[in-house]
Structure formats: structure tokens, C-alpha cells
Write a protein that binds this ligand. Structure first.
Ligand code: SF4
Ligand code: SF4
Length: 443
């Protein structure tokens, strides 16, 4: 087995994965009504292609990308469009969405499979297929994958890293996909490798996921996947953050304010590689995904294959969640996920999990800072979180930027270790938003 890789800083929260790590993926029924938001990614919302009363097919493109950084949307059911109007979104905003009444027939759009002949396609043709299928990063950031696979020619990529770290507590959706769809993911990785022309390919998995490590190890040693190297990572949060993954495996550092492509790297999540496989081999768009449903408030935790657009409430209820008793329902992991105030929002492309938790941790400030320095030692990007938060609180954004506010990856490690329970990430999110807004206003 390969040596274990790691990075400086970070924290060791309880894994809390035992409830679901051995549970095979089950298919959740399609919803009677699917609500597909036109914004499920970083960048401009998609433009609606359908109107009220129109019939749509399963997998039909119902929203086209609007601009260079945008993504296509597809129907997750066959049926009739009920409305195109603003709906509650997991982010807490109102976002235009397409509401579709499911006719229960699952009549599919005629997909265009190309199977093994993907090897004969050019990078540009492969990228076009990925874009047409609306693939975005499924590990949380939801950046359109076709854009990430198109770095400028001045930034050649020699290293592709596949992120199977799944360092957020509770979540086991990526692990189950790695175990149950191993060959499909690895084929997706080979497609990504061909597109980027990358010489080196590393598949990073944390050492607390032995079943996933075994599954990948068995296939990358002495098989048609032996151009992919397994990199076992020490289990530590936020090992799955792009910058940490790159540093741990390659020892390269993304420069302050820079991107992985500046140092010849591209990172893709393991489940995104599966979506790339389905898009290229079978022409199947991203209309479903695997999520973990767990937490102290869930009676029957599960890993579920769900349609995009399924209401959160229906999934929690089906898993026996005591919604009234839960102190907090989170979409995603407990460190970086979004606390939901409305449970009728839909599952979107980057929903990795639903957690019903019995502890609320939303307070912005609980006690005064005692200058203990714990946040400094836990920060994987070597920031001074206490200082930056104070500058943001005083609205001194120039100083906050000088102390590298914009390099914060919002991982929450500082909050996890802070004995005063100060929600530092809240200050960083607000600070970054204000700095970006000021920059946009100047332009
Ligand atoms: S300052 Fe940002 S990057 Fe550093 S630990 Fe806190 S949230 Fe993570
Ligand atoms: S960990 Fe909390 S209390 Fe300690 S220095 Fe950082 S912000 Fe202050």
C-alpha cells in the first residue's frame, strides 16, 4: 500500500460515518413534482428553454448555459411544466426554477451514447459532451466542469488529482460510489486525463475509508487502470480542500490569490468523474446523484440515489427523521454545509448529504476572543483568523485583505478549535462578499 500523505494544520473532528459507511446505495423514488433551479452552480444561471404547459422528457435540457461560466439544466422526470418562477433555494435565496409534474412514465430523451469510441474523440469534443450534460463539481463547489477542463494554453496541466478524500464528517456518499462504481469512476478519470493531457494522475482517499481504498487499489494495480496512482491520505479535515489535496500529494503550493492551474494541477471530485463517465459513454446528463442522509435525528440513515429537484422534506421523512426535534438540518457536511431554514427546497447538483443534527452552532459570537492562538495553529492556509475577523468586524476590509482574507477556503477548522465558540467563518464570508462587491462596483 502507498505511503500516507498529509498537510500542515487542520483538525480532527469525529468521523461519525459508522452509521452509513457500510450501507449500499438505494434508489429513492422520483418525486411527484420536481423543482429544478436554474442556478445550481458557480456562475450565471441557466436560461429557461421551456414554458408552462410544455411536455418534457427525462434528461431533456430545460435550461441552457448563459455565458462562459454557466451550466445546462435537465429535467429529472418526464411530465408537464407547471411553472417557471422563483422558488426557495438551499442557499436561502429565491431562485428561478422549473416546476415539473411527474407523469410517472420516465420517458427518456433519446441520449447519444458513444461507448468505447470516446478514445477517438478530441478534447474539445469530449468537453462539449460534458458541457451538454450539465456536469458540475459534485464535491461542494459546483464549478462547471467543462470550464475547469479548459485552462488557457498558457497554463499547461501535467497533474490531475481525483478527490476521494471525503473529509467532512458524516458523509459517505463518495465512498459508496467509489466502492460500487469503481470501474466507471476510473474510466471517467481516464476521460479527464485525456482531455487535460495530464502526465500524472493521483486518486486521493483518506485512510479511514479502507473499503474504498481496497476497491480502487485492486483496479489500479496491474489492470487497464494502471496509469492512475492511488494516494492514501492521512485522515484530517480539510484534506478534501483543493489546496490541501494538492500540497499533500504533490508538495506544490497554490500561490496566494491563484488557482491550481497556475501550478499545473486540476482537481476533480470522484463523483464528478462518474458524472463525466455517464455523460461521455452514455450521453446521460446530470439529473440524479448519490447523497447520505444521516445524523442523530434520523432513524434510518441511508445512502440514496435521488433525482435532482426532489424536496428535502420528503427524503428526511422517508428516512424517519424527527424534523420537529432536530436542532439543525444541514445540506452537505457539518463543517461547510448550509443550515436549511426551509425544508421544502430541492436537492441540487452539489447536495452531498442531508444531516438532521441535535446541536445548533449558528451563533456568530458567543464569548470574547481570549487570544489563545488555537485558530492560527489549526488553519491549513496559515492565516491568522482571529485578526482577520477583527478587521472584518470593524469593516476595515483593506487590512483584512492585507492579512490574506481572500485565501481563506472557509473550511471552518478555526471555528472547530475556537474555545470562545466564535463563528469566524461568518466574518470571512461577509468580508469576502464585501470585498468582491467593492471590486465589482469599481469595474
Ligand atoms: S481562516 Fe479560513 S482557511 Fe483558515 S481555518 Fe478558518 S475557515 Fe479555514
Ligand atoms: S481560537 Fe478563538 S479565542 Fe482563540 S485566538 Fe482564535 S478567535 Fe480568539
Amino acid at each position: 500500500m502507498p505511503k500516507k500523505f498529509t498537510f500542515r494544520g487542520g483538525v480532527h473532528p469525529n468521523h461519525c460515518k459508522s452509521q452509513t459507511e457500510r450501507l449500499a446505495i438505494e434508489t429513492f423514488p422520483a418525486p411527484p413534482i420536481a423543482v429544478i433551479p436554474l442556478s445550481q452552480h458557480i456562475g450565471a444561471p441557466a436560461k429557461a428553454l421551456v414554458q408552462k404547459g410544455e411536455r418534457v422528457l427525462l434528461g431533456q435540457m430545460i435550461g441552457e448555459p448563459d455565458g462562459n461560466v454557466s451550466a445546462a439544466m435537465h429535467s429529472s422526470v418526464s411530465g408537464t411544466v407547471l411553472s417557471v418562477k422563483p422558488f426557495a433555494h438551499p442557499s436561502g435565496r429565491l431562485v428561478t426554477a422549473i416546476e415539473i409534474e411527474n407523469d410517472g412514465a420516465d420517458e427518456p430523451e433519446p441520449f447519444e451514447p458513444i461507448g468505447q469510441s470516446w478514445r477517438d474523440l478530441s478534447s474539445g469534443e469530449l468537453i462539449q459532451k460534458i458541457a451538454a450534460c450539465g456536469v458540475v463539481g459534485m464535491g461542494g463547489a459546483s464549478f462547471p466542469t467543462h470550464v475547469k477542463l479548459s485552462p488557457p494554453s498558457s497554463k499547461p496541466i501535467d497533474t490531475l488529482l481525483i478527490n476521494g478524500a471525503e473529509c467532512e464528517p458524516y458523509l459517505t456518499n463518495d465512498s459508496r460510489v467509489m466502492i460500487e462504481r469503481t470501474d466507471d469512476i476510473l474510466t471517467g478519470v481516464q476521460i479527464l486525463k485525456k482531455i487535460l493531457g495530464a502526465k500524472n494522475v493521483y486518486f486521493g482517499i483518506e485512510n479511514n475509508k479502507q473499503d474504498a481504498i481496497n476497491a480502487i487499489y485492486d483496479r489500479v494495480t496491474g489492470s487497464r487502470f494502471n496509469d492512475i496512482a492511488l494516494a492514501v491520505l492521512k485522515s484530517k479535515y480539510p484534506q478534501g480542500s483543493e489546496k490541501m489535496l494538492i500540497t499533500a500529494i504533490t508538495k506544490r503550493k497554490v500561490p496566494s490569490g491563484g488557482l491550481p492551474m497556475d501550478i499545473g494541477c486540476v482537481v476533480q471530485n470522484a463523483t464528478t468523474a462518474l458524472a463525466v463517465y455517464e455523460a461521455v459513454m452514455y450521453g446521460v446528463p446530470l439529473y440524479r446523484r448519490v447523497i447520505t442522509v444521516t445524523g442523530a435525528g434520523v432513524r434510518s440513515p441511508k445512502n440514496l440515489l435521488v433525482r435532482i429537484g426532489t424536496p428535502v422534506r420528503s427524503i428526511l421523512e422517508a428516512c424517519g427523521a424527527d424534523i420537529a426535534a432536530a436542532k439543525k438540518v444541514v445540506m452537505g457536511g457539518p463543517m461547510m454545509g448550509i443550515a436549511l431554514s426551509d425544508l421544502d427546497v430541492p436537492i441540487i447538483k452539489h447536495t452531498s448529504g442531508l444531516l438532521a443534527l441535535d446541536q445548533a452552532t449558528d451563533a456568530v459570537r458567543k464569548y470574547p476572543c481570549i487570544s489563545c492562538g488555537m485558530c492560527v495553529s489549526s488553519c491549513p492556509t496559515r492565516l491568522v483568523p482571529s485578526k482577520i475577523a477583527k478587521f472584518v468586524e470593524k469593516e476595515n476590509f483593506d487590512e483584512a485583505v492585507k492579512w490574506n482574507l481572500m485565501d481563506c477556503v472557509e473550511c471552518g477548522s478555526c471555528v472547530y478549535t475556537c474555545p470562545a465558540k466564535i463563528n469566524l467563518v461568518h466574518f470571512f464570508k461577509v468580508g469576502k462578499m464585501r470585498v468582491r462587491a467593492a471590486g465589482a462596483a469599481q469595474k
